[in-house]
Design a protein around this ligand. Structure first.
Ligand SMILES: C[S@@+](CC[C@H](N)C(=O)[O-])C[C@H]1O[C@@H](n2cnc3c(N)ncnc32)[C@H](O)[C@@H]1O
Length: 205
């Protein structure tokens, strides 16, 4: 495991600093994918903020998936607070061996988790395996737009002046490897978004 995220402090950061980004990213995902119904999987969901934001603007059922029991506990609590009990499920596991049958999801989303994965080829293969034919995976990281990113970098850098740079170092190896990995997988096509919204692989099976 490439470093772990502390659930308590991450929850605080999401609530106090990151919270405005999730509705913006959810809108971008729905705009780009046009998927508004069926089943969605949020991989490395953390406290569930992105999956919840997607559920709020669609009719999707969202499965929250994370290796951390404690993170899943937060996502379960927040999903309930957002009245999503009937449209949510919670599964603990590792993205390298997702404990879910093949071709189960119309949409797979993941934000800020992939830099922590040990083996991107295995992880992306698993994501493609559980995606339905015609389904789309939207995997990456970012802060929504330039203004939100600027505000967050400013706030996070107050406590850790090297925050932005250490973060860039963390994501570079995956960015370099990703096109080769995606070309080797059984998908229809992929598109890399690298703009003010962040860095995202949009993968159509
Ligand atoms: C930085 S947090 C991002 C959380 C959330 N997606 C967000 O944007 O707020 C990364 C999350 O990925 C999860 N994670 C890391 N490696 C994982 C793996 N191999 N399988 C499943 N989840 C993983 C961590 O437990 C953590 O909750």
């Amino acid at each position: 495991m490439k470093g772990a995220t502390n659930p308590q402090s991450f929850d605080q950061i999401v609530r106090e600093i990151f919270s405005p980004i999730y509705p913006v990213i959810a809108e971008q995902i729905v705009y780009k994918t046009r998927i508004t119904s069926g089943r969605c999987l949020d991989v490395g969901c953390g406290t569930g903020a992105l999956g919840i934001a997607v559920a709020k603007i669609t009719n999707m059922h969202v499965t929250f998936f994370d290796q951390s029991e404690e993170m899943l506990g937060f996502s379960e609590r927040y999903a309930a607070l957002n009245d999503l009990d009937n449209r949510s499920a919670f599964i603990q596991g590792d993205v390298h061996t997702i404990p879910i049958p093949d071709e189960d999801f119309h949409l797979i989303i993941s934000r800020g988790s992939s830099p922590f994965w040990d083996d991107w080829h295995k992880a992306y293969s698993e994501i493609v395996r559980v995606l339905k034919p015609g389904g789309i995976a939207y995997i990456g990281g970012g802060f929504g737009n330039a203004q939100l990113r600027e505000n967050i970098v400013k706030t996070m850098s107050e406590n850790n002046p090297n925050w932005r740079n250490s973060f860039k170092d963390k994501i570079k190896p995956e960015r370099d490897a990703l096109p080769g990995i995606l070309r080797s997988l059984p998908i229809l096509h992929f598109n890399i978004i690298d703009d003010e919204s962040g860095f995202w692989a949009v993968i159509t099976k």
